[in-house]
Design a protein around this ligand. Structure first.
Ligand SMILES: Cc1cc2nc3c(=O)[nH]c(=O)nc-3n(C[C@H](O)[C@H](O)[C@H](O)COP(=O)(O)O)c2cc1C
Ligand code: SF4
Ligand code: SF4
Length: 276
């Protein structure tokens, strides 16, 4: 099939999805001799308009996995405002060394339901948003080499197609997707008030540069007083991007979950996976 434009479309709070989707899409564009374009839907304003593609587009579309799924607060945008109109797609998810559960399946299905033809897909490991030791430094060289292989397979498949495929690329995960993963305490009970956890601001460190307020994907940090935070989905954009290390979580349930994840999963290298 003739592809005019390869798109890099992503949400990425701490940069791992952006890095991976950019690498895959750029390599596909180069292999196909196509134009390369980028669209980030990190900020609320970017999610207020429809994003429409055409049959001569190939869209590498990436989100992080939150609680084993497509982040619930992003789902309405992805489901209702992104229109494939016959474009080819490469669903990509990043997960933090625990598991991608049904995140890739959900993204693939939502894109297929929106008029895309998912031809290849990938689930890559990124450093966990909550941690600097869980999946530390990933995606690394090995992951990026696999991203290169995904790009090669994608370009070869797109070139070989004479018509849009009838069925989407098979990926790992349950279909229909399972409920969201629930963080639990040592008694196996859901951690109380986990959803209410939000970052604190250290007034001794904060220089009031306003970066966190500009970056927050939910627009929840007051630019006038960055210690005022509204609805938070714990993406950690503010925590990991604050130049002074002034944003941090102190919520007991959040810290319990972070340390439990680190204890259980930091000692192993989970695999990045590609599907074609
Ligand atoms: C609220 C939340 C839930 C998450 N749930 C999972 C999960 O279920 N499994 C997993 O392996 N990683 C999970 N992660 C980690 C992210 O998927 C991972 O760090 C990803 O690389 C972040 O992408 P980004 O850098 O583009 O923001 C979660 C992160 C957040 C913020
Ligand atoms: S990014 Fe950090 S230093 Fe800048 S306003 Fe936010 S908390 Fe303060
Ligand atoms: S306040 Fe919450 S939603 Fe906003 S950037 Fe920080 S962690 Fe993400």
């Amino acid at each position: 099939m003739e592809i005019g434009t390869v798109w890099s479309v992503w949400f990425s709070a701490t940069g791992t999805t952006r890095k991976t989707v950019t690498a895959v899409s750029r390599a596909v564009a180069e292999a196909l001799g196509a134009e390369w374009k980028e669209y980030s839907f990190n900020l609320p304003a970017a999610r207020e308009r429809d994003l429409c593609f055409s049959p001569t587009d190939l869209v590498v579309f990436g989100v992080p996995v939150y609680a084993g799924r497509v982040p619930n607060l992003l789902l309405p945008y992805v489901r209702d405002r992104v229109k494939g109109n016959g474009a080819l797609a490469v669903p990509v998810v990043l997960y933090g060394n625990r598991d991608f559960d049904d995140g890739l399946m959900e993204l693939r299905n939502v894109l297929a339901g929106n008029g895309f033809h998912p031809i290849t897909a990938g689930a890559f490991v990124g450093e966990h948003s909550f941690s600097t030791v869980l999946g530390a430094g990933r995606p690394d060289e090995e992951d990026m080499a696999l991203a290169g292989t995904l790009a090669e397979k994608t370009a070869a498949k797109a070139k070989a197609l004479t018509a849009a495929p009838e069925t989407p690329v098979p990926v790992e995960g349950c279909d229909p997707v399972r409920p969201y993963y629930t963080p639990r305490d040592r008694h196996g009970e859901p951690i109380r008030d986990f959803l209410k956890a939000k970052p604190e601001t250290d007034p001794q460190k904060c220089v009031r540069c306003g970066l966190c307020a500009r970056l927050c994907p939910l627009g929840s940090i007051s630019p006038e007083d960055v210690s005022r935070v509204g609805k938070c989905f714990k993406c950690c954009a503010c925590v990991k991007n604050c130049p002074k290390g002034a944003k941090y979580f102190a919520h007991a349930g959040y810290l319990y979950h972070q340390h439990e994840l680190e204890d259980q999963y930091a000692g192993r290298r989970s695999p990045s996976r590609i599907f074609f």
